[in-house]
Design a protein around this ligand. Structure first.
Ligand code: PHE
Length: 362
């Protein structure tokens, strides 16, 4: 019996050593099965106790139980160690290196046209204007006739119109050549007083460094009982100074002609081209930026507004033109090329939302 017990103690020592030396969870599981599994060495020894006499069986049973407990404890403790180092290895593998440089920021930017529309809208809204819109596909009536441009009028040729096939009822259609048809649409459905601006797309068959077949205008219309040429001038002078951020910007009104306004005036702002450098502000030169005038009585009457009771003024300007002047953009054509490098250079930070105070108090 003593010899046998020595062998048992050796078996125990071997199992504990093997457990301690096992290098992964699979190996430790194999040791567990080989020791205390159904056909394991300790399990086998326990089964063999049946052949002993009662006293020896008790003594040997106690010893085997102790061996089993110690071997199981060694296996379990090694298993816990292996599990936690497996977890540690996993954590190490998944570690995020917070010191790595961030990926390049791919934020988009605001197109200069959008920025300019936002800026001028903020300025006019502060003056009490609201924003109106109209369709890009217009009828010949709204684009021309209602604006006192009869069929044989030369302005129809001057504006290089894109003509479209007539609609189902035979009404002649065009891509609007200016935002002025929205004046008519607004006066037809709104009783005065009216005070709107209309930023939007316009189309003319023209393409060079300063003309694009699709471009933008902003229209203005004020109709009430008292607005006169003095209001037109004050409104446009204030706008030009706020928009360009030059408090004492010279603004000049030059007599002109539009079929839908009488009298009409073109508006120039002061600039200088001294030394080959172009600058807006006081100088010896002028630059035309918009058309304006008192709404023609015939236009009012055509919209059902009594010209003896109501009057007012209108204006229209090219948005690309004022954007190019304000932001020093030399060529009109890249505005619509969708060239990311151009947009990066001339675009605006999305969060740099223009505010009225920013526009007016510069
Ligand atoms: N519609 C004119 C143009 O496109 C501009 C304008 C608008 C002039 C309103 C006077 C009044 O040239």
């Amino acid at each position: 019996m003593v010899i046998i017990m020595d062998e048992w103690l050796e078996l125990k020592a071997n199992l504990i050593k093997a457990a301690e030396e096992s290098s992964d969870l699979e190996a430790i599981e194999a040791i567990r099965i080989s020791a205390v599994g159904k056909k394991g060495s300790i399990t086998g020894l326990m089964k063999s106790l049946g052949g002993l006499d009662a006293e020896s069986r008790k003594e040997a049973g106690q010893l085997l139980n102790k061996i089993k407990t110690e071997v199981t404890a060694a296996i379990d403790s090694r298993k816990v160690d292996l599990e936690s180092s497996a977890l540690e290895a996993q954590l190490l593998k998944d570690r995020v290196d917070v010191t790595l440089p961030v990926r390049p920021d791919k934020a988009g930017s605001i197109h200069p046209i959008t920025q300019t529309i936002d800026e001028l809208t903020a300025i006019f809204c502060q003056m009490g204007f609201s924003v109106a819109e109209g369709p890009h596909i217009e009828t010949d009536y709204y684009n021309f006739t209602a604006l006192n441009i009869p069929p044989e009028h030369p302005a129809r040729q001057e504006q290089d119109t894109f003509y479209l096939p007539p609609d189902d009822t035979g009404v002649p259609r065009v891509l609007r050549t200016h935002t002025s048809p929205v004046q008519i649409r607004t006066m037809e459905k709104t009783a005065p007083p009216i005070k709107i601006i209309v930023p939007g797309r316009t189309f003319r068959s023209d393409h060079d460094a300063t003309h694009s077949p699709m471009f933008h205008q902003v229209e203005g219309l004020v109709i009430d009982k008292k607005s006169h040429m003095g209001h037109l001038k004050g409104c446009l002078i204030d706008f030009c100074r706020a928009f360009f951020g030059v408090d004492d910007l010279p603004v000049r009104f030059r007599p002109s002609y539009f079929p839908f306004t009488e009298p009409s005036a073109e508006v120039d702002i002061g600039c200088t081209r001294a030394g080959g450098e172009f600058r807006i502000g006081k100088g010896d030169d002028w630059l035309e930026i918009l058309g304006s005038g008192m709404v023609h009585p015939r236009v009012l009457a055509g919209c059902g507004i009594d010209p003896d009771e109501y009057q007012g003024f209108a204006f229209g300007m090219g948005i690309e033109r004022i954007a190019m002047l304000k932001y020093g953009i030399p060529d009109l054509r890249p505005f619509y090329d969708s060239d990311i490098r151009w947009l990066k250079h001339y675009g605006f930070v999305p969060l740099d939302i223009p505010t009225v105070s920013k526009g007016i108090n510069q």
